[in-house]
Design a protein around this ligand. Sequence first.
Ligand code: FRU
Length: 497
Amino acid sequence: ATEEKMYRPNFHFTPKNGWMNDPNGMFYADGYYHLYYQHYPEKSVWGPMHWGHAISKDLIKWEEQPIALYPEKDKYIFSGSAVVDTQNTSGLGTGKKAPIVAIYTLHDMTKEKGGQIDVEQQDIAYSNDNGFTWQKFEEGNPVVKNPGIRDFRDPKVNWDETHKQWIMVLAAQDRAQFYSSKDLKNWKYLSEFGKNIGAHGGVWECPDFFQIKVKGINETKWVLIQNLNPGGANGGSGTQYFVGDFDGTTFTLESNFAKKVETERAAWLDYGKDNYAGVTWNNVPAADGRRLFIGWMSNWEYAQEVPTQSWRSATTIARELEIIKKGNDYILINNPVKEINKYIGKTIKVKSLKGKGKLAIAEAGKIDFTKAIVNFNIKNLKQDTYTFTLANANGEALTFGIDNTNHYLFLDRSKSGKIDFSDKFASTITKAALEGSQKEGVFKIILDKTSIEIFYNNGEKVITEIFFPNQPYTTLSVSSNNGVELSNVEINQLNIN
Ligand code: FRU
């Protein structure tokens, strides 16, 4: 009961019982956003993988549904994707509704225990009732056999409108592989990408690959999202991305982006420790046109040890991905979906806040920080460190801000509350490097009971992390050595739970 009250998020999705990791198979159909997820309903640790299921009308409020896909004995249902097969290219549709086809990895635990290589293959299942009930495609599975690669998983399928084909990207150990199909059942190997490019501190998992319009200009690019574990920006699980072009067969990095990954090794979708395995929604209405993303808000370093017992893990807030062009650079930005704004209730506005020492932004009792959005601009930045502190009466605090001497954003949860369940949880300060000295910064921060999602400069740098205070944070303050200047401070109370 206390863990429900203290740690069950107000609006981030969690399964009622048991374990969750990656989001899987997301699509939109007939008014509902569907979300499936790696799920073990019986215990709050990883185990025989099912696909759990939840639906939402607005990407914010989720309703858990019956389990969608069950493992068979030692054959687990690993991560994958789903598409709305509008033209019934698969022939698996039986009625008026377009069939939904799920493509996932079947992982054979007996082979794994036997030390075999061909442990993973790609299977499909289909639904003729918009994703509420499923049939495995027994007669035709696997649709992609294991080619002799131990880590060969997490197929993500998208329709390639330019080349009129289904494209599957999957993670093959240290690279991504591309396949194409006309009917979702027969797949042809096309090419691979990524060996010796980008971050390789761990196994590549859960890719996504799609075409996207560059914001504000008449250009399109292709984005490869490539999760990896370990080797993330701040340790453990992390999400990198690549921007380039695709000719229907081969993915080629855009030239400036290629230079960037040569020098920096990787571009990160999120610098926080708790955004992993995120991929995007299929079939978002064309009139809407958004590329919508959600991640698993945890990290394999400690996910199975976090201090909740009846369930473990939440998803991130759903986000919109966009590509912007800044100078010659293509940057993937991510921001919370606008639907969150529907839940804004009371708002505290402070026109400007200026001074030295520690300044209170919100005193105790003003805002319930377990469901809030904090917005502000920080101006006239000097060579100084600007530290924001969310604190409770227990002396526990979560701090974040800008070090404008060494040029990075930071988040420190070492005094945030319960931390000693894992020595990986708070042993380092999370940093996101900034391109030189900042003059001004724009922050949007989403807070729930156990999570903070920091969107800096409209999603150019993002930090997502979880925390477990012994009582909720009640105050927010800012401090620096030489004075702080904030403008457009607006704290939104969210009416949601
Ligand atoms: C990523 C991952 C995937 C795999 C799944 C198993 O977190 O390791 O590569 O399909 O989890 O649950």
